[in-house]
Design a protein around this ligand. Structure first.
Ligand code: SF4
Length: 185
């Protein structure tokens, strides 16, 4: 089967790609209008592309349109904001996969213990049904420790927030709260 996998970043690609490539012909698609600022988007993309090219992996990028992400998530907080974000990104890849004659779509998002696999499945199935391709339901979370180890060994850039500006603010607030709690001990 020809599978197009949505990749959110280089570290998250490592294990899902290997798992899928064992049984399928896999191409990678970087489709992430959620990531801001633009320098961060480019840094994650360049990390991914550098790894993919060195490994001989087919990789493409879809247009970066953060205003489309902003419209899709307007007025939403967690978790609805993330659900809309999953649907938008997987939907972009599903449309590209259908245009290019792929059979199925998957996503690296399910390697992260910070994402919601049930919501990814629901949004992925809906988006892929609309595009007329199969959504491959995956759960790569048990591979997350290996993904972390390998990305460190490769010296890959590893971001410290999910991708959107609200998630950056949330991650900063969580780090500040943890620091304050440590100082109280
Ligand atoms: S926290 Fe992550 S998944 Fe949720 S909306 Fe932001 S970028 Fe998307």
């Amino acid at each position: 089967m020809r599978v197009m996998i949505h990749a959110c970043c280089g570290p998250c690609l490592l294990e899902p790609y290997d798992a899928l490539a064992a049984g399928h012909e896999v191409s990678v698609c970087y489709a992430n209008p959620n990531i801001q600022p633009a320098e961060e988007y480019a840094h994650r993309r360049d990390t991914l592309v550098e790894y993919a090219r060195a490994a001989g992996i087919d990789v493409r990028e879809l247009p970066y349109e953060p205003e489309v992400w902003a419209a899709a998530t307007a007025g939403l907080g967690r978790p609805e904001r993330c659900h809309a974000c999953y649907g938008l990104r997987i939907g972009m890849v599903a449309a590209e996969a259908a245009r290019e004659g792929f059979d199925a779509v998957a996503t690296t998002l399910t390697v992260s213990p910070y994402q919601d696999p049930d919501a990814i499945r629901a949004m992925g199935e809906e988006a892929c049904a609309e595009a007329g391709v199969t959504f491959l339901v995956t759960d790569f979370r048990e591979r997350y420790p290996d993904a972390t180890r390998r990305s460190r060994e490769l010296g890959m850039y590893r971001q410290n927030y999910c991708g959107c500006l609200p998630s950056r603010a949330e991650a900063e607030a969580e780090r500040a709260a943890r620091k304050a709690a440590r100082q109280k001990r």
